[in-house]
Design a protein around this ligand. Structure first.
Ligand code: NAD
Ligand code: TYD
Length: 352
């Protein structure tokens, strides 16, 4: 029986992947290792009963003893490492937590996998390691790392550490670098769920800078399938970009959400730009297509409509998660909304 250890399995992408793996691989044992920070929620996995096929371990990836105990107890044959501090805005306000979890936590896991000769390790990285993508063009996996935020830099450091374990110790390790994810169970601090939950409450929608920044959106269920393909078919030592080619400006996303919800554009407020705000991300995904047979299937139109519906239908999940988010949302967005404008022009556009 394969034992699949999913770190960060109670988070947004981790829960989609955990539910998928349990569904698609019924003979595997799935073990989630998650510290249940503000971003991790047991209720996202409430449909999985604990037992022979599933176990939830509440522990911190920085805790070497706890991590060792998981390896001794469970002897994982495959690690899918997603646990991370994941929000760029939080990394601007409190960067040290990002180095601690994303760099040191990743290193603790790599060491456990090395000691125990774990057969396969998949490290979940991000397109943000490449930094902003100039127009036109897309970054492939050989593009240099030019991270802008403390979040992106910590992920770049973790990605490089993972690569070093392939080169130095011959570890069987695959890296995935996905573009921006959206879909059910994402903490409402990231663009799409924030705008949906605020619009539902008729609250102002803070759009950073001129709203013309572009992201390449992938539906979370597609991303989970891409990670699965990388785990099962990826070549050891390879990195794979996972994207859907659904590039949109932020303002287009926000207006589409408002359209689906029947809410007015007057809720939009242009606010002070995020420092070091990457103008564009766009991924070249032919390697994943050719080597993994992976192609994203969900169009942004269909995925966004389903996502809006999910948040509207799952008010109890939203309230539970917002209560755990702490003060971050209210203070950060309230500050940004001070002096905000409804005009389609930037309040500040540092660096662009
Ligand atoms: P998330 O913030 O929703 O979830 C992170 C999970 O990690 C949570 O369950 C949290 O409790 C857990 N965690 C945090 N610190 C921990 C620690 N010290 N020990 C154990 N568990 C800890 O994040 P997400 O959006 O699901 O992202 C998952 C992974 O995918 C991250 O590695 C992220 O960098 C990467 N990624 C995310 C995106 C995106 O758009 N969300 C895109 C590309 C890559
Ligand atoms: P986000 O969801 O935080 O993801 P990332 O920074 O990892 O790309 O932000 C997506 C885009 O939306 C990014 O360009 C910043 C912008 N944004 C806003 O304009 N307003 C907001 O309130 C948030 C959270 C993000």
């Amino acid at each position: 029986m394969a034992v699949v250890l999913i770190t960060g399995g109670a988070g947004f992408i981790g829960s989609a992947l955990t539910l998928r793996w349990a569904r698609e691989h019924p003979s595997d044992r799935v073990v989630v290792l998650d510290a249940l920070t503000y971003a991790g929620n047991r209720i996202s996995l409430s449909s999985l009963p604990e037992g022979e096929r599933f176990r939830m371990v509440e522990a911190d990836i920085r805790d070497e003893k706890a991590v060792e105990a998981v390896w001794v107890d469970e002897k994982p044959t495959l690690v899918l490492h997603l646990a991370a501090e994941s929000h760029v805005d939080r990394s601007i306000l409190g960067p040290m937590a990002f180095t601690d979890t994303n760099v040191r936590g990743t290193h603790v896991l790599l060491e456990a996998a090395r000691r125990h000769k774990t057969p396969r390790f998949v490290h979940i990285s991000t397109d943000e390691v490449y930094g902003p993508t100039p127009e036109p063009g897309r970054f492939d996996e050989e593009a240099p790392f030019r991270p802008s935020s403390p979040y992106a830099a910590s992920k770049a450091a973790a990605d490089l550490l993972a690569q070093s374990y392939v080169k130095t110790y011959g570890m069987d390790l695959v890296i995935t670098r996905a573009s921006n994810n959206y879909g059910p169970r994402q903490t409402p601090e990231k663009l799409i769920p924030l705008m949906i939950t605020r619009a539902r409450a008729d609250e102002q929608l803070p759009v950073y800078g001129d709203g013309q920044h572009k992201r390449d959106w992938i539906y979370v269920e597609d991303h989970a399938r891409g990670i699965e393909a990388a785990a099962l078919k990826g070549k050891a030592g390879r990195a794979y970009n996972l994207g859907a080619g659904e590039e949109r400006t932020n303002i287009t996303i926000v207006k589409t959400i408002l359209g689906h919800m029947g809410k007015p554009d007057t809720l939009i407020r242009y606010v002070t730009d995020r420092p070091a705000h990457d103008r564009r991300y766009a991924l070249e995904v032919s390697r994943a297509r050719d080597e993994l047979g992976f192609r994203a299937e969900t169009s942004l139109e269909a995925g966004l409509r389903d996502t809006v519906k999910w948040y509207v239908d799952n008010g109890a999940w939203v309230e539970h998660v917002k209560a755990r988010q702490g003060e971050f949302g209210s203070s950060w967005y309230a500050d940004r909304l001070k002096g905000a404008s409804t005009q389609e022009k930037p309040v500040t556009l540092a660096g662009h």
